[in-house]
Write a protein that binds this ligand. Structure first.
Ligand SMILES: Nc1ncnc2c1ncn2[C@@H]1O[C@H](COP(=O)(O)OP(=O)(O)O)[C@@H](O)[C@H]1O
Ligand SMILES: [Mg+2]
Length: 219
């Protein structure tokens, strides 16, 4: 047997090229966390896999581009999904755009990101881990698709606070990962409001952010 081609080995899971029904796919296998009680670990892993499965369906229904989920295996802790072999993460894309000094690319990208997150929230889908590593750029002729991934922490909620927290997580991630581009989040938020114009969500987001600031000042 040949060793599988590893795509990523993270803290939660490893991702590698595998097969499902003779078809090439991506396998996301979650690790057993030995420091957790076995039953708790099983329950948590199952919840994460179920979230990936459910949110994939919800996104498909909402017209949001995501990898197809072919199958899940709770015992082996695996999700079998569509693999985009030509894709790169938005994080990598932004770094490349900076290197090649094609910053005008960023406006279109921020518009796409704002609109897709607006679509998430308009459909009451909370991503739970909005970072530029959890978005893929899949190239097509003279253009690309923006594909959203990694729904292990996602949920379904109508709560403005949950949506506000989702936005706050993204703002923090952008500030730490792309600290040399401090305007990214505002640009995203502008386009987000076109799709999800709820002032209540924005009010909650600002409240969550103020709380975060206070914590940073104390801690
Ligand atoms: N369907 C996919 N096609 C191509 N690459 C993917 C796909 N899913 C994930 N990846 C790559 O693997 C990385 C980790 O996947 P992710 O689902 O975010 O797992 P983790 O929980 O480890 O963050 C992503 O940042 C991306 O680079
Ligand atoms: Mg991820």
């Amino acid at each position: 047997m040949t060793t599988p081609q590893i795509i990523k080995q993270g803290a939660e899971a490893k991702l590698y090229i595998g097969k499902y029904n003779e078809k090439r796919c991506l396998v996301k296998e979650r690790f057993v966390k030995t420091y957790r009680l076995t039953e708790i670990d099983k329950t948590l892993t199952k919840a994460r896999i179920k979230a990936e499965q459910k949110t994939t369906k919800r996104c498909e229904n909402a017209g949001i581009l995501v990898p197809k989920v072919y199958n899940v295996d709770f015992n082996e802790r695996k999700v079998y999904m569509e693999y985009f072999d030509k894709a790169m993460t938005v994080k990598e894309f932004i770094v490349q755009v900076q290197k090649e000094k094609k910053l005008e690319e960023l406006d279109m990208l921020m518009k796409r990101i704002g609109e897709v997150i607006g679509k998430f929230h308009a459909n009451n889908i909370i991503h739970g881990d909005l970072t530029t590593s959890n978005m893929l750029i899949n190239p097509k002729e003279n253009d690309y698709d923006l594909i959203m991934i990694d729904f292990g922490l996602s949920s379904f909620s109508t709560s403005h606070e949950d949506k506000g927290v989702d936005l706050y997580v993204l703002e923090r991630a952008l500030l730490s990962t792309h600290s040399d581009l401090p305007d990214l989040f505002n640009s995203i938020l502008k386009h987000y409001k076109d799709i999800n114009p709820s002032t209540e969500t924005i009010r909650k987001f600002e409240e969550v952010r103020a709380r975060g600031r206070k914590r940073t000042m104390i801690g």
